[in-house]
Design a protein around this ligand. Sequence first.
Ligand SMILES: Cc1ncc(COP(=O)(O)O)c(C=O)c1O
Length: 490
Amino acid sequence: MQAFKGSPCAASGATRPGARRVPSAAGQKTGLFSRYIVLIMTEFAVGGPGLPQQRRLVTEIPGPVSRELMARRSQAVARGVSSTMPVFATAAGGGVIVDADGNSLIDFGSGIAVVSVGNAAPRVVARAAEQAARFTHTCFMVTPYEGYVAVCEELARRTPGDHEKRSALFNSGAEAVENAVKIARYATGRQAVVAFDHAYHGRTNLTMALTAKNMPYKQGFGPFAGEIYRVPMAYPLRWPGGPDACRSDALRVVTELIHTQAGEENVAAVIIEPVQGEGGFIVPPPGFLPGLAEFCARHGIVLIADEIQSGFCRTGDWFACDHEGVVPDMVTTAKGIAGGLPLAAVTGRAEIMDAVHPGGLGGTYGGNPVACAAALGAIETMASEDLAGRARRIGEIMLPRLRKLAEKHPEIADVRGRGAMVAVELTVPGTLEPSPDVAARVARACHRAGLVVLTCGTFYNVLRFLPPLVIGEDLLEEGLSILEDAFSTL
Ligand SMILES: Cc1ncc(COP(=O)(O)O)c(C=O)c1O
């Protein structure tokens, strides 16, 4: 990971790695009071909503302590595991992340759509701590425990549709997707799986095959799993003929391709992200998802909604499928489900899920008791604090400001998203030619100013915004102002 160009930190006297004392260069600049604040934030800070909800920069980004840690990291951590920002977190909560130098950054990333309830959310921390003190693992496949069952009951209650459901719990989103495909194949006796352009489903062998983008996810990692068929995504901005043509043609094109290239009777599952995540926060036009669900039902194909990024209140409802009343046969979830602890799930129609023989599903850690306790705390938080409503409110604040920004900056070709899953796509003005360099420059300027933003998109040209749903409106507005400033310096 490179330091930001021009960062004066390279010349500043760095502290011993991990020593977390006040960096001398910053100390000279900021005075005694700020030194004291830095000490408080780095030495004594606990995370959660009690952290001061403010942006505060006491060093350049990255500061000297983070730079030292980056140097250690490069000697110990594999190069293939990259980080968006070269700063090391020490505490986080509400809408901020505090780094090892005492900088407090505004969080528009939520650890990639994970800490929707906020970092170190009180109910998550309390339940996980209590569970950890009781027992940390027995393996659900050896001696089960109630937390696993309770999470599956919550999933049955919250996921779309009021049919009878069953769930199985796993550790990561990719593992959930792998298992959803296994179950769909088993239940249908068919092998083909249909995935979409711009899809992202994970980094294991099967999920790499389902994921569309080559670099960085697939390059050099083949051969990939077979019997995957790819069809175009209903992507209004980039559909040939534009958004109107997308609305009228996409479903027909997709279903015709499934018919001609796979044959409906061979297809076990169609897997789709109802709002695509890594591919660029692509929202299909109204009617596309209901039409796809109807097509799948007609042909006995299992529709898998991958709600790993879009689920658990992120888009302003419990699940993105809810917006159009789509009831998939299976839903994969992870990320937001457990407030930051690793947990994932496949939830599906009872007859599909129960088709698999006893012992056919599982894994040593799947549905770990501490992660389940955290999930129950996260779900309780979402329900009692109406975080779906908070997501809608975040969208109501962000989208109009981003549209105004687009009026001033013709590089912004599209402003899109739902609830608190919002993005801008950048192109050469007046064309669809992607501008990844502009996205990278804006993101770097935001990072330097203390705003955590992420990029995404098949062409690396999308800036995406995923604030924790508990972020204060002041911080949200301040983050948007930083973004506007970053555009004005282009
Ligand atoms: C839609 C979707 N599916 C699957 C995954 C893979 O999840 P994980 O990284 O937990 O394996 C992701 C992760 O970004 C995702 O966004």
